[in-house]
Design a protein around this ligand. Structure first.
Ligand code: HEM
Length: 162
C-alpha cells in the first residue's frame, strides 16, 4: 500500500496531468477557460484569488527550488542546513496559510454570493472538496514533518555541550 500511495500513485497523477493537458489542447482548445466570475462579485475575489494563487504558486516554487537546488550550492553560499530549514519552514507555512485562507474565502464567496452560486457548475462543486482535501492532507504531512524537525532541533540543541 505504501509503495502504491507514495510511488505508483504520484506517477499516475503526473501522467494523467500531462496526457490530460495534451488531450484538452488537441480536442477542446477553445473550451479552455478560467470561467471568470469577476463580473458577479469583485470585493471578496480581489482578496481571495491572489491569496490562493500566490500561496499555491509559492508552495510549488518552494518545492521546485527544494528539489532542484542541490545542497552543495546552498552550503557553497554559506547557508547552513539549520538556516535552510528555518527559512523553508517559515516561507512554506506562510504560503500554506495564504493558500488555505484564500481557498476558504473562495468557497465562502461561491456559496454566499447568490449570483456566483448560480453560475457555479457541478465540476466547480467537485473541484473545491478535492482541492481542499489535497491541500489539507499535504498540510497535515507538513505539520507532522515540522514538529519532527522542531523536536530534532530542540533535541540537538539540548545535547550540545555547555
Ligand atoms: C500561473 C498559474 C495560474 C493562473 C494564471 C491562474 C489564473 C486564474 C484565473 C484568471 C482565474 C479566474 C479568476 C476570476 O474569477 O476572475 C482562476 C481561478 C481559479 N484558479 Fe487559477 N490560475 C493559476 C494557477 C492555479 C492553480 C495552481 C490552482 C490550483 C491548484 C488554481 C485554482 C483556481 C481555482 C480553484 C479558481 C476558481 C476561483 C473561483 O472563482 O472560485 N489556479 N485562476
Amino acid at each position: 500500500m505504501k509503495i502504491f500511495l507514495w510511488i505508483v500513485f504520484p506517477y499516475i497523477c503526473l501522467t494523467s496531468f500531462v496526457l490530460g493537458h495534451i488531450w484538452r489542447y488537441r480536442y477542446d482548445k477553445f473550451g479552455w477557460t478560467s470561467r471568470s466570475s469577476e463580473l458577479y462579485e469583485k470585493r471578496i475575489l480581489a482578496w481571495a484569488s491572489p491569496l490562493f494563487h500566490f500561496g499555491i504558486l509559492g508552495v510549488l516554487a518552494g518545492h521546485l527550488a527544494g528539489l532542484l537546488v542541490p545542497e552543495s550550492w546552498t552550503s557553497a553560499l554559506g547557508i547552513s542546513e539549520h538556516a535552510y530549514h528555518i527559512v523553508a519552514v517559515s516561507l512554506g507555512t506562510l504560503a500554506g496559510l495564504a493558500t488555505i485562507t484564500g481557498l476558504v474565502l473562495l468557497v465562502y464567496r461561491r456559496r454566499m454570493t447568490p449570483s456566483v452560486l448560480r453560475v457555479t457548475s457541478v465540476v466547480d462543486k467537485a473541484v473545491y472538496p478535492l482541492l481542499g482535501a489535497v491541500i489539507l492532507a499535504v498540510s497535515l504531512v507538513q505539520i507532522e514533518g515540522s514538529v519532527d524537525l522542531a523536536m530534532s532541533i530542540a533535541g540537538a540543541n539540548a545535547r550540545e555541550p555547555a
